[in-house]
Design a protein around this ligand. Sequence first.
Ligand SMILES: *Cc1c(COP(=O)(O)O)cnc(C)c1O
Length: 380
Amino acid sequence: MRIPFSKPYVTGREMEYIRQAIDGGKLTGNGEFSRKCARGLEEMTGCRKAILVPSGTAALEMMMILGGIGPGDEVIMPSFTFSSTANAVVLRGASPVFVDMRPDTLNMDETLIEAAITPRTKAILPVHYAGVACEMDAIMRIARARNLLVLEDAAQGILSRYKGRALGAIGEMAALSFHETKNIHCGEGGALLINDPAFVERAEIVMEKGTDRSKFFRGEVDKYTWVDMGSSYLVNEMTAAFLRAQLEEAERIVGDRLALWNRYHKALAPLEAEGKLRRPVVPEGCEHNAHIFYILLDSAESRDALMAFLKERGILAVFHYIPLDTALAGRTYGAPSPKPLGVTADLSARLLRLPLFIGLEPEEVIEAVFAFFGKERPKE
Ligand SMILES: *Cc1c(COP(=O)(O)O)cnc(C)c1O
């Protein structure tokens, strides 16, 4: 492909920091770069405690362990998300309950949550699609009234805000991802953000194979032992050093992505006005991070035709999630949804994501989209 869908961005300081990490002589988890990244994330988001973990998936798994999600429990989540969101629940022996999406943001429709609550419901798991916030005020209100946890999948949400608050700093806990395809990355990586202090101490134990090793290193106990269930959720220092370089540039990276996103948004407005496609909607009060620029076509057929048309021109545009409720594992592990997920089925089949990465020249993509519709591009 001449124009790929995405390209991992590198700031240029990664190697220098990796070298420093190696020279530092301590390369296991919870080292200096890990701690710097965690402090940086705490300052950036205002969360109580950030913990670097190997992936967004790992952060989701830790949230479920810490949230005490267990066999027979139910967790309400959207169907239009990555498998990891649901796997984290299934791995605890609990069931995901999928609800439909809002037609504007493609996020979970908060008005459907109440009807999905049963005596087994333990948590709500909103996913901030494309870094655009879910309707968190409504979600938090329902959770407070029904005594449920709110565990945010903010994998795509770094530096996005909802009414001034960082995504990931609103629910009890949240997962961020630093996968290569995310705005800020270290190849594979993630963070668990904790906002409710009640979970902090146990998080340190769960990530250290169920031991109180973190306390030992702080000199709070004179030996460390196995005290709880846990696993290895640590990040080595080379990876943390890479991430540090990215986090230092995070504002600029997101700014550069926003410029590209805004370019698409403006240039494609005439096609939306003619009813050819729909552009993403960012509600008032939401500041997004330009993680994804997608368009919605009028049918699945035109989506597939545009995708093929762009591919012929060497441009890789891609669709997104196959709704989890329709997937084999979703049908196997999901609890029955109270209502059919009609909006999710419809919109997911008509969605196309356009290339978006730093260094992209969007004009050629924009030209090609106009050409597909046989339209002259108006002078701006
Ligand atoms: C990327 C992503 C994940 C998984 O993150 P990894 O770091 O790849 O494990 C989970 N949920 C959503 C919504 C994502 O976009």
